[in-house]
Design a protein around this ligand. Structure first.
Ligand SMILES: Cc1cc2nc3c(=O)[nH]c(=O)nc-3n(C[C@H](O)[C@H](O)[C@H](O)COP(=O)(O)OP(=O)(O)OC[C@H]3O[C@@H](n4cnc5c(N)ncnc54)[C@H](O)[C@@H]3O)c2cc1C
Length: 218
């Protein structure tokens, strides 16, 4: 049996560990932190939005990203919400919608009525929008915990607060240490996350607000 060491227990490390363990490898995941949480994957928004990301990302993000919702559904049934992405802009920034749709694909234009039908709490707030029906979202913390639990059940060994691991114990090492491993192929992207709890507004899907200076997504 092939012995594989996966370094890093973010989404990259855990998904690689899953694929290898499912194919019969003996997998150990070594993580420098004391637990699963706290890394970029823990802080992510959980949007599986390859077509929206194409606005500024290369084609591979679409090619690989468009199968991601199916992968999560297959791997952890019931934890992916397939409700698409709504993109809106205030009337004075309508040109942003034209620019965004020109740089992306797989979306349909929406008028005020269609926006209200999708997200009743946004009724009357936006005149135009775009809908990316094929996109999905998940709760990153929930799926990371669930995936780690599934891996343990599959026999994957976790080493937390892992210092130097004896590489000679393994046939292969896969580096999934994220930004710690940044090189020419990997760049860090800074983001900020706010957790908002409200009973007044309810949204069924990620909503992106296009704005020339302060784009945000909820
Ligand atoms: C605010 C924010 C929002 C985001 N929203 C989205 C989104 O909605 N959708 C989306 O697709 N992407 C999103 N991203 C991007 C996404 O979070 C990252 O691309 C992804 O989490 C990277 O995963 P990773 O496993 O490569 O890295 P990480 O999650 O950073 O995991 C790397 C792990 O390696 C560990 N490590 C480091 N050095 C060592 C070592 N020497 N030995 C062992 N372990 C080590 C680290 O502790 C860490 O746990 C967002 C990012 C941010 C910051």
């Amino acid at each position: 049996m092939r012995r594989v060491l996966v370094k890093g227990a973010g989404v990259a490390g855990l998904t690689v560990a899953h694929e290898l363990a499912a194919r019969g490898a003996s997998v150990t995941v070594a993580e420098i932190r004391s637990q699963i949480g706290g890394n970029a994957s823990w802080l992510a928004g959980g949007m599986l939005a390859p077509w929206c990301e194409r606005e500024s990302a290369e084609e591979a993000v679409v090619t690989l990203g468009k199968v991601s919702a199916d992968w999560w559904e297959r791997t952890l049934p019931g934890l992916v919400t397939r409700a698409g992405t709504l993109v809106v802009a205030h009337a004075r920034d309508a040109f942003e919608l034209a620019r965004f749709s020109a740089r992306t694909r797989n979306c349909e234009p929406l008028d005020e009525k269609a926006i209200a039908a999708l997200e009743p709490d946004l009724a009357g707030r936006f005149r135009q929008g775009l809908f990316f029906a094929g996109e999905a979202h998940l709760d990153p913390r929930r799926v990371l915990e669930a995936l780690a639990g599934k891996l343990r059940a599959m026999g994957v060994v976790f080493l937390f607060e892992a210092g130097e691991v004896a590489l000679s114990d393994f046939d292969q090492v896969i580096d999934c240490t994220g930004i710690a491993r940044a090189d020419d192929d990997l760049r860090g992207v800074r983001g900020e996350m706010l957790l908002l709890h409200t009973r007044e507004v309810s949204l069924a899907r990620p909503v992106r607000l296009l704005h020339p200076r302060h784009p945000i997504y909820v």
